[in-house]
Design a binder for this molecule. Structure first.
Ligand code: CAA
Length: 379
């Protein structure tokens, strides 16, 4: 067992850290306040190879491993969790889905621009009445011979208005239940494709979350991913990897809030000494540091398993379950350490506390992670 990173992994971590500090930090409060999508920042991240991190270079990606992905996600989420989720959906769900399961033609047409960051992708599984219960898809894609006819509504779609390429799960044969679900590649602008209102969210407000409506959208047959009926397994397999990205995002939120609290506790004077000299604060910092380190190890373990071709669904759910709870606990404590200053926007930690909450909800709630883990341990 090695607890050391390679030089390349450390370089990627440093590059992500530098970008986050110099490019993301200056505008993060304003983007949160005004729900402003970080278009320029995402474009630059694309040019640096962060939109297709794990995609092979032959398809426009950076060919990095999952460990590097976790390291980069942590650094970015330390500063701007909205940017982290935009990257996570594009990298883990959309690019990986196309690279792993797409045809050569689908890869050339859709994956290459996504991996290069020229396009952004969205992953459309959730519906108004099918969130956690993902097998209950109401969106339908009827086989019309030479094309599918897509109808339905998707909810809570990250990159909803900024994406160009949407991977959409739909029911093609209700009698077959989840074996009748397929995944399709949909292009923005196809006739019958409409973007709904933007959600006014508690956190990750820089990311754009929308409902998406499909009304008689004609989907070419060649846009189905995988064999007929593969859509549910496709979505579940990808979410296994996606949860590593969200776990790393949660880790980053926690680590970012902890670093600010640590710095503040050294600077702020109370009762004639620094906050850091008070044992009440020292114990909080000790707990925060310990929990963050445990979350980090779970994230890295899941990534390591993925990199070594070993099953990682249980590990990724454990990482997400634990890291998202740590993000909540640590950000609440970071606000507490900052006292009244923690409650105002300039000090960043109140935003981090709001951002942390979504990591317990999307890509499977904490309850869903417990279902996945308990099924594995009871096998
Ligand atoms: N990998 C592959 N296949 C899997 C799987 C996995 N991890 N988990 C389940 N399956 C398969 C099962 O083997 C089963 O197939 P068979 O019938 O052929 O054996 C099939 O899927 C159905 O499984 P279950 O009977 O276990 O289904 P269920 O309804 O009891 O539970 C669930 C499944 C795990 C709860 C699943 O519905 C789930 O993960 N729900 C949460 C969905 C989710 O995470 N949504 C997030 C939306 S994406 C998002 O948030 C992105 C974003 O924008 C940030």
């Amino acid at each position: 067992m090695h607890f050391e990173f390679t030089e390349e992994q450390l370089m990627i971590k440093q590059a992500a850290c530098d970008f986050a500090q110099t490019e993301l930090k200056p505008g993060v409060i304003e983007r949160d306040e005004h729900q402003k999508f970080p278009a320029g920042e995402i474009k630059k991240l694309g040019e640096l190879g962060f939109l297709g991190m794990m995609v092979a270079p032959q398809y426009g990606g950076s060919g990095m491993d999952a460990i590097s992905y976790v390291l980069a996600m942590e650094e970015i989420a330390k500063v701007d969790a909205s940017v982290a989720v935009i990257l996570s959906v594009n990298n883990s769900l959309v690019c990986t889905g196309l690279e792993k399961f797409g045809t050569e033609a689908q890869k050339q047409k859709y994956l290459v621009p996504l991996a290069k960051g020229e396009h952004i992708g969205a992953f459309c599984l959730s519906e108004p009445e099918a969130g956690s219960d993902a097998t209950s898809q109401r969106t339908t894609a009827i086989d019309m011979g030479d094309h599918y006819l897509l109808n339905g509504t998707k909810n809570w779609i990250t990159n909803g208005s900024t994406a160009s390429t949407y991977i959409v799960m739909a029911q093609t044969d209700a009698a077959k239940k989840h074996h009748g679900i397929n995944a399709f590649i949909i292009e923005k602008g196809m006739e019958g494709f409409t973007i709904g209102a933007k959600e006014n969210k508690m956190g990750v407000r820089g990311s754009d979350t929308h409902s998406i409506m499909f009304s008689d959208v004609k989907v070419p047959k060649e846009n189905r991913i995988g064999d007929d009926g593969f859509g549910f397994t496709f979505a579940m397999t990808l979410l296994g990897g996606g949860r590593i990205g969200i776990a790393a995002q949660a880790l980053g939120i926690a680590a970012g809030a902890y670093e600010l609290a640590l710095q503040y506790s050294k600077e702020r004077k109370a009762f004639g000494k620094s906050l850091a000299d008070l044992q009440a604060i020292q114990f909080k910092l000790a707990d925060m540091a310990t929990e963050i380190e445990a979350a980090r190890l779970l994230c890295l373990k899941a990534a390591w398993l993925k990199d070594h071709g070993q099953p990682y669904a249980q590990a990724s759910s454990m990482a997400k379950l634990f890291a998202s709870d740590v993000a909540m606990r640590v950000t609440v404590e970071a606000v507490q350490i900052h006292g009244g200053y923690g409650y105002v926007k300039e000090y960043h930690v109140e935003r981090m506390m709001r951002d942390a909450k979504i990591t317990q909800i999307y890509e499977g709630t904490s309850e869903i992670q417990r279902i996945v883990i308990s099924r594995e341990v009871l096998k």
